[in-house]
Design a protein around this ligand. Structure first.
Ligand code: ING
Ligand code: ZN
Length: 303
């Protein structure tokens, strides 16, 4: 196993480097970090989930993922930054004592590798169902109100919902990993870009009946985020903040998965660099986003 790693937050990293960092953590901090193989991607890549837990049972859980869209490179970078803070800073023992973390930096590994090796702006998975076009939009593929709005039935579309709900094995793997945890209080899924902290629903303009609870926690998180570098974020339901889109992972987490505090976070920036966020913004993005995640984690600890 790795006793070294190639991770830093001054450059973007390949899938192998990200996985190497998780291996290093599990080897270096065996009482805190473990790796669970949650399944295999369409092209055969192993998907690893990092569990960060000080042990015991019945603790509240926080599930975090990134990289559902391949080209949104700041998302896996920010998720690994958060892992680094939690595990290697030595500053968050109180949170670690109270919360179990389940973290997958890149939940669309085939797409991520494709965005590194062939097409920087690839968004979707890399599955093929016998047409000329490849990939489904993994954030249109979840079963809750699947394909009702803001999705396409055209395999060549960037927002192709797929031939059926959960046609994409990577999303099945993440769903099952989420379902296997009994006490998840919050789910955070990281995208870019637009600087938005969003909650369900994406399939309707209606709000969840407990939307005020989600809005309050989002406000606290964004206050902490903004305090770090002054970065402005908007808060609201996805339909009312960005656009209506059914089949997203956060809608499933709340609507079917029973995770109350489900959020989609659109990281930096607001369009100047877009998906090509410069590498010198990885650390500032990591710092401010960690402040928001810390607020959520401390709230989860009280649940
Ligand atoms: N944006 C999200 C997308 O999947 C979104 C926005 C998320 C809409 C969740 C509705 C629900 O289109 C990006 N950048 O991918
Ligand atoms: Zn996205």
């Amino acid at each position: 196993a790795n006793v070294k790693h190639d991770m830093d937050w001054t450059s973007y990293h390949t899938l192998d480097e990200i996985n190497g960092y998780l291996d290093y953590l599990a080897t270096t901090y065996p009482d805190l970090c473990s790796i669970e193989n949650i399944g295999t991607s369409y092209e055969g890549r192993t998907m690893n989930m990092l569990k960060i837990s000080t042990g015991g049972s019945g603790k509240p859980g926080l599930f975090i993922d990134g990289g559902i869209h391949a080209r949104e490179w700041i998302a896996p970078a920010t998720v690994t930054y958060a892992i680094n803070q939690l595990v290697e800073s030595g500053s968050y023992q109180d949170i670690l004592d109270a919360v179990d973390f389940y973290i997958i930096p890149s939940i669309n590994p085939d797409g991520y590798v494709y965005s590194w090796e062939h097409d920087r702006y690839w968004r979707k998975t890399r599955s093929n169902y016998g047409t000329l076009c490849y990939g489904c939009d993994p954030n249109r593929n979840w079963s809750f109100h699947w394909d009702e709005i803001g999705a396409s039935d055209n395999p060549c579309s960037e927002i192709y919902a797929g031939p059926s709900p959960f046609s994409e094995i990577e999303m099945v793997n993440v769903r099952d990993a989420m379902s296997a945890q009994s006490n998840l209080i919050s789910y955070l899924t990281f995208h870019s870009y637009s600087q938005l902290w969003m909650y369900p629903w994406g399939f309707t303009t209606d709000l969840p009946e407990d939307w005020q609870d989600l809005d309050n926690l989002a406000s606290d998180a964004v206050d902490a985020l903004t305090a770090v570098h002054g970065t402005h974020y908007e808060i609201g339901s996805s339909t009312n903040t960005i656009y209506a889109a059914a089949g997203g992972s956060d809608d499933w987490a709340k609507g079917e998965g029973g995770v109350k505090y489900a959020y989609t976070i659109e990281l930096r920036d607001t369009g100047n660099w877009g998906f090509d966020l410069p590498e010198n913004q990885i650390i500032p993005t990591g710092e401010e986003t960690w402040a928001g995640i810390e607020v959520v984690a401390r709230f989860v600890a009280t649940q």
